[in-house]
Design a protein around this ligand. Structure first.
Ligand SMILES: CC(C)(COP(=O)(O)OP(=O)(O)OC[C@H]1O[C@@H](n2cnc3c(N)ncnc32)[C@H](O)[C@@H]1OP(=O)(O)O)[C@@H](O)C(=O)NCCC(=O)NCCS
Length: 203
């Protein structure tokens, strides 16, 4: 039977076969360790009966200091939310419901924390992941031109049960600034990549 359990440091040396697949955003070891330390319950792996790691989800629970939502009493607050940094399933275990299961487990926990929504970023061309997220209730919250070094992306959000009025899908004013920020950030990234290429050419 496939089981879910918390991600532990030792797993970081065993999940290469999953994280080096197409569309998986890999990170350095410090990133995983910081997420695991922050919210151990929100970083999960799926383990096959033979002990092989076949799925991983890395997430956090945080406060969005850039946005405000009107709470149940009518006052403004910075919403808490669940953020998914990484989801990947081994290619030979796909379309068996494992991605749905990892997402469901994550959502259940952030619901218990009374978070307002779950969000994540996805490449525009990642049709299968977008299909999965939409089947779970995520919607396109904003389009992010050149969010990735080589491609546009989307921020997808799914309001949770606390967010009865789906307020987490509003908040356009801050998005405009974020949009401009993203475009500038990506221009800088591309300039740096270009300069790096030029410098290595002189080596
Ligand atoms: C995206 C991913 C995590 C899905 O995992 P999974 O375990 O195969 O997903 P599930 O079996 O739970 O699929 C649930 C639903 O998602 C959709 N879906 C999943 N894979 C799909 C595909 N290749 N094509 C179309 N729809 C797909 C379907 O609606 C599916 O329901 P169905 O099988 O009843 O039709 C997996 O394909 C993966 O690891 N991809 C590479 C990494 C990646 O893209 N991560 C997300 C980055 S944001």
């Amino acid at each position: 039977m496939t089981t879910l359990r918390g991600l532990v440091a030792d797993d970081l040396f065993k999940f290469n076969s999953i994280v080096f697949e197409d569309f998986v955003e890999g990170y350095d070891i410090r990133f995983y360790l910081s997420k695991m330390t922050k919210n151990p319950a929100l970083c999960q792996v799926a383990v096959a009966p033979d002990g092989r790691l076949i799925g991983v989800l890395v997430g956090t629970h945080d406060v969005n200091k850039n946005e405000k939502i009107q709470n149940e009493n009518g006052s403004d607050l910075h919403p808490t939310y669940g953020h998914i940094s990484m989801l990947a399933v081994a290619s030979d275990y796909r379309r068996l419901g494992l991605g749905t299961c990892l997402m469901g487990h994550f959502t259940e926990i952030v619901e218990r924390y009374s978070a307002w929504y779950v969000d994540l970023f996805v490449r525009q061309s990642n049709v299968s992941a977008i299909q999965l997220y939409k089947s779970l209730g995520f919607v396109e919250y904003r389009f992010l031109p050149m969010y990735y070094i080589d491609e546009n992306g989307f921020e997808l959000r799914m309001p949770l049960s606390r967010d009865v009025e789906r307020m987490s899908l509003k908040g356009f004013s801050t998005n405009v600034y974020y949009f401009v920020y993203q475009v500038l950030l990506n221009l800088i990234k591309q300039c740096l990549e270009y300069l790096k290429g030029r410098l290595s050419w002189y080596d």
